[in-house]
Design a protein around this ligand. Sequence first.
Ligand SMILES: [Fe+2]
Length: 278
Amino acid sequence: MAAISAPALGSGLGYRPPFRADLFANRARVDFLEIIADHYFDALPEKLRELDLLRAHFPVVAHGLDLSIGSAEGIDHAYLDKFAALIERIEPPWWSEHLCFTRAGGINIGHLAALPHTREALDVVARNVETVRKRIKAPLVLENITTVVRVPGAEMDEPEFLTRALDATGCGWLCDVANLYTNAVNHGVDIDATFERWPWDRLVQIHYAGGRWRDGVLIDSHDAATSEAVWALYDRIVARAPVKGVILERDERLPPFGELLDEVERARATLKECGRWG
Ligand SMILES: [Fe+2]
């Protein structure tokens, strides 16, 4: 059964302002956009006009960075109000956040921090999602993140933690294929052996991206073309689970726009082959 009822959106791009002109010149080659929600909070009128322009030409979903769904202290209501206002403005079929925390003890820690894989953390996530749901009705999907070091005290592994988090909250899954691959490489996990333990029946959206090696660790740097290893995993996942939309994330070292379009097209070809789109 599908995790949420929403239309399939196809193969899209994480919107970044530097390629805005190229994007509009190639509108027909991008099926939908994902915006970074936080960039439109407290935004100047011209930024909101940009958002309205994007909305007028593409289906748009929103991706948050700082909701901190795993914070034991609960959700920051001022932040949630801003998010809710954005969701009301753009009415996306779904929106997403990371299964992590970014705030602790009232301090913003400035990055996506991994939750301990414990029952206690699951309770916190469930409570926070309930708070968020009271304010935002559009379906929330949660994304798996990368972890350089494993948080001690784990009572379960990542596939089980994610599955339980989605079961407890009723949220869909945004599978970041590059993150899944990166964690497997860095932590020596056999993807083949664990593949069926991921919650594929809850899949809604995919992220894919390129990373790079730094000091013997694979980093999800979003600054290179998607690797063949990630493409292979992407193909396998699209064949396995009825995904509704896939997004290329590219943040640094932006290449000529045609190279991004090539990746978007390659991702779309797999969606079509597997009957997920078109
Ligand atoms: Fe991602």
